[in-house]
Design a binder for this molecule. Structure first.
Ligand code: 1GP
Length: 246
């Protein structure tokens, strides 16, 4: 079974899935592996590995060690398409559809495609929609793009419909890592009411209660990064898992 099908099964069996994001730039290998194994133990459904900036050249090494240490899927979340390696189960094939930056809509993907083919990596076509979150986030700055205004739900719905009609398999509503405000519940609900493909919601989710609210409003997959990276705490991760899963 491929990773996309696995995620769909998780959604239908558990109501929603829980993904944790590990940025290998923030940790040494030992810490990355520790976070990954704790997540697996605490019923996290899959790991995303990636980040929007790289200071240290250890992405591939940490990715391989994470992959070797867990049985749950390890999915590359490419900040920009410079972090494509074979030692993963799948790659979120992002197109930053909220931007009008041709490099992030298609340019980076074209550069990465031959490498992806040679690695035989499963790709999950994902519409990446950046949502305004109250302060400038790394992803907004690095992508030179305007986020969708948080009060403009109709704009998010129109982008999500376009993504579905273009054949995307997931919609990622992203407030940005460490966002001041997470994606508004009303926006999640309206997108959910209009599209049939699964919705990932991430950025600025700090409590299990907030995660649960996102699921109640239609999120199929919840991503947390910062809160888990800063407190690799079994109890907290378990609480998130319980709040997200049915
Ligand atoms: C970022 O959505 C993820 O791409 C996670 O965000 O680090 O704020 O949890 P946080």
């Amino acid at each position: 079974m491929g990773t996309y099908q696995y995620l769909k099964n998780v959604i239908s069996e558990k109501g929603a899935g829980y993904l944790c994001l590990i940025d290998p730039d923030n940790h040494n290998t030992e810490q990355s592996v520790k976070i990954a194994t704790t997540c697996e133990y605490c019923d996290v459904d899959a790991l995303l590995v990636g980040g929007s900036i790289m200071f240290k050249n250890k992405f591939e090494h940490n990715l391989r060690k994470i992959k070797e240490s867990v049985n749950i899927p390890v999915i590359i979340f490419p900040g920009i398409f410079h972090s494509i390696f074979p030692c993963a189960d799948a790659l979120l094939m992002l197109s930053m559809m909220s931007s009008r930056n041709p490099d992030l809509l298609i340019g980076e993907q074209v550069k990465a495609a031959p490498l992806i083919k040679s690695y035989g990596l499963e790709t999950i076509p994902t519409a990446y929609l950046l949502i305004e979150s109250g302060s400038l986030t790394s992803v907004q700055y690095m992508s030179h793009s305007f986020p969708i205004p948080r009060a403009k739900t109709a704009i998010a719905v129109a982008h999500s419909l376009a993504a579905q009609y273009l054949g995307m398999k997931l919609i990622y509503l992203e407030a940005g890592s460490g966002a001041k405000n997470s994606v508004p519940n009303k926006m999640i609900r309206e997108v959910k009411n209009n599209v049939d493909i699964p919705i990932i919601v991430g950025g600025g989710i700090r409590t299990p209660k907030e995660a649960k609210k996102k699921v109640e409003n239609g999120a199929d997959l919840i991503v947390t990064g910062t809160i888990i990276e800063h407190n690799n705490n079994e109890d907290l991760i378990k609480e998130f898992s319980r709040a997200i899963h049915r």
